[in-house]
Design a binder for this molecule. Structure first.
Ligand code: NI
Length: 171
């Protein structure tokens, strides 16, 4: 069992703007490893540090589609440096908002810059698909934004009760 519980909708830390990391320390590497463990355990494809209660600009993801093949990735201080004009709509969910799924429209492709687990800068250019969607969803988390902020008013209405119940339960 991972010892990093995932904070759910209604937790204040999910609404805070996370702080950049000054340097990738062994402690932050351990945090990234624990987040990957928690993410795999929850069958998620991405997890941002605020979702485990840590308000730092870090997220982890694994969007590998092949069975049994892992592709864990770590992003410290991630930044989207370019986005396509073309948008794409697809269904999203979030480990912090269980049982809610809804369409979100986002730029179709992006270029992202970050530091890896070793603190080395890298850039991935013009990536699209689930990779691009996940990066944008996770960076939103670092800015205190949740995917339910970006869904249609109809979907919002459909899920309002569930969201309210979630927020109430943590108080
Ligand atoms: Ni999420």
């Amino acid at each position: 069992m991972s010892d990093r519980p995932i904070f759910v909708y209604g937790s204040q830390v999910l609404r805070k703007r996370a702080e950049p990391v000054a340097a990738v320390t062994p402690e932050l590497q351990r945090l990234a490893d624990e987040m990957l463990e928690a993410m795999y355990e929850a069958n998620g494809v991405g997890l941002a540090a605020p979702q485990v209660g840590e308000s730092v600009r870090l997220f982890v993801m694994d969007v590998s589609q092949e069975d049994g093949k892992k592709d864990p990735r770590v992003f410290f201080n991630p930044e989207i440096v370019d986005t396509s004009d073309k948008k794409e709509t697809a269904e999203e969910g979030c480990l912090s908002i269980p049982d809610v799924w809804a369409d979100v429209t986002r730029p179709r492709s992006i270029t992202v810059r970050a530091l890896d687990r070793d603190g080395k800068p890298f850039e991935i250019q013009n990536v699209d698909g689930l990779f691009a969607r996940c990066v944008q969803h996770e960076i939103d988390h670092l800015d205190g934004v949740l995917f339910v902020d970006k869904i249609s008013s109809t979907d919002r209405m459909l899920n309002e009760g569930r969201l309210k119940k979630m927020a109430r339960a943590i108080r």
